[in-house]
Write a protein that binds this ligand. Sequence first.
Ligand SMILES: Cc1cc2nc3c(=O)[nH]c(=O)nc-3n(C[C@H](O)[C@H](O)[C@H](O)COP(=O)(O)OP(=O)(O)OC[C@H]3O[C@@H](n4cnc5c(N)ncnc54)[C@H](O)[C@@H]3O)c2cc1C
Length: 617
Amino acid sequence: MDTDAGIDYGTFEDGRHVNYWELDQTLQRELRRGYTDDEFDWAESRLSAFGETVGNTIADNADDIDGHGPELEPYDKYGEVQNWVRYPEAQYENERLTYEQGIVADSFEAPPGRDEPMPLSHNLAMQYLLSYSDPGFDCPVAMTAGAALVLEKFGREDDVLCEYYDALTNRDYEDLIEGAMFLTEKQGGSDVGSNETRAEWDESAGYWRLTGEKWFCSNIDAEGTLALARTEDAPAGTAGLSMFLVPHADPDDTDGDGPYTKGERQEDGPLAPAETNDQFYRRLKDKLGTISVPTGEVEFTGAKAYLVGEEEHGFRQMAEMLNLERLSNAAASCGIIGRVLLESKIYAANREAFGETIDQYPLMRADLVDMAVTHEAATTYTFEAARLLSERERAARAGETADDAYRLMRLLIPIAKARTARMAVDTASYGMEIHGGNGYVNDFVTNRLLRDAQVLPIWEGTENILSLDVLRALEREDAHEPLQAAISERLEYISHPALADAAATVEAEFHDLMGALATLAGEDTEYAQLSAKRLAHYVFDVFTAALLLERAQRNLEEDENGRLVLVANRFVSRELADRAARGITSGGRFALEAYDSIVRYGPVSTDEVHGIVTDST
Ligand SMILES: Cc1cc2nc3c(=O)[nH]c(=O)nc-3n(C[C@H](O)[C@H](O)[C@H](O)COP(=O)(O)OP(=O)(O)OC[C@H]3O[C@@H](n4cnc5c(N)ncnc54)[C@H](O)[C@@H]3O)c2cc1C
């Protein structure tokens, strides 16, 4: 229910059986800004329909699946290898509901009602909504989109790979396949260059054959897995890796009519042993969370495979997939933050302690204000990076380049993944505490969200590895140049007096950040690595602050709404300002005065905002 003060969260029982799109005004704003008018007009009702589905059927199914996840039945009753993963019925339903709403297809092929595909941001926005309910299932969705992107770029010349691309981007569940990416081996996940899996050309069969072990394989039974392997005489390290598409079923023993699909799987059940590819799904990992995606160990025993792109270009090609996977991870992190925030607002508006609902107490108000500001920051940054990725891919599809967008996105994406994953874990952990003892038990979704969130900093690259990637982007792409231009442009646009103090703080930090980048460029590797993580977070803070200030200025001009002024001020004060005595002596009561606006999305006039921002501690 909306009142003058904003959404009344006390009217909800918990954060399910609601429409996540309709309640998440932060995502709505960022997409309205990042999409063209045409795209937004087309997408709005569809995102709303998807938000409704995720908030109802998918949310209920996700809790069910968490208690009864996929199970591996490696052998049939005669002891022959069948590599069968048994999914609960609820999972088939979630898959159908998600893919048939175009989560992957719409960003690759023109959907009904449009002449062109939607930008990749749209795929990420849907992943964000899906992760409100099932961040585990978002992993296969992300890898299906990632595999499609790789085949779109590097598989165009090959008829078989085109068939796989068509199946990955299919709108019809019966004809759909999913993707996966197998990189990690026992001896190396971060150190992909240590991969030992071998690929040999089998002339008589007319296939490449893979031999070796993959140690962490999510969506283990995907119909179109991309794997890295080393061909004969290939050099050591990442330079010697090639990329292969490994079908789940033996490509010679399926019905010969394109790849083995979801429809065949659901109708026919386990493959006959003769129909399996030459591989063995050894076991599923017994994981903390993300139960809905089966992650296991695979032994390639001469698996038939197709080379993707050129030999020894595998790592470079995989990097293209990784850009999208890392942003998918960031979108999933934002979705988890959004759900935890929603659950926390609702719980706090209903739970009574000491005679009042707990959302009436100053400390709880400050907690919820800060959680909402974290959500704003994570979402704003992620969809800015998504906009750049989309711009670059749109240019690539048109046979053009978008150099600055590429260079900036190369810097922003590893940072997006690292920071939002950390924010998701911290937010899910504190959200649990807001639910008191209840938050710790399985009856409440906070328990699962924390377990699911905990993998986000690890897979797709740990925070240290991503921080080293930031150094690479700076060195190889001179990414500080487009970064400087992007921040300057935004700061120059700020003119409103209510933003002046925050803008001055950001201006000073921007100057220091550029100084830090110049210093690191002249330092030795050891010194640069020691600072890499701090640098990544520094870029996030300054860039996000500039984005929030810009959004705030625009909101004042276009809607005369000062809510984002409050958000921007709180973010800058929390992350960048040098506060005397940590703000304790400032006398400010910002969280109380800004609560309705920041937490409940209540509009706030320009006049009111002036009084509140005088002290944003
Ligand atoms: C649930 C789950 C699902 C997964 N699914 C997949 C999948 O589908 N496909 C796939 O390929 N992989 C998958 N992985 C593997 C995952 O990507 C790796 O575990 C991850 O990249 C880390 O690699 P590692 O385990 O080898 O750790 P290591 O590389 O051994 O890292 C251990 C620690 O050392 C640090 N470290 C390593 N090198 C450096 C350095 N140079 N400087 C500073 N610190 C360093 C890391 O940051 C980390 O903290 C999955 C993992 C999990 C948990």
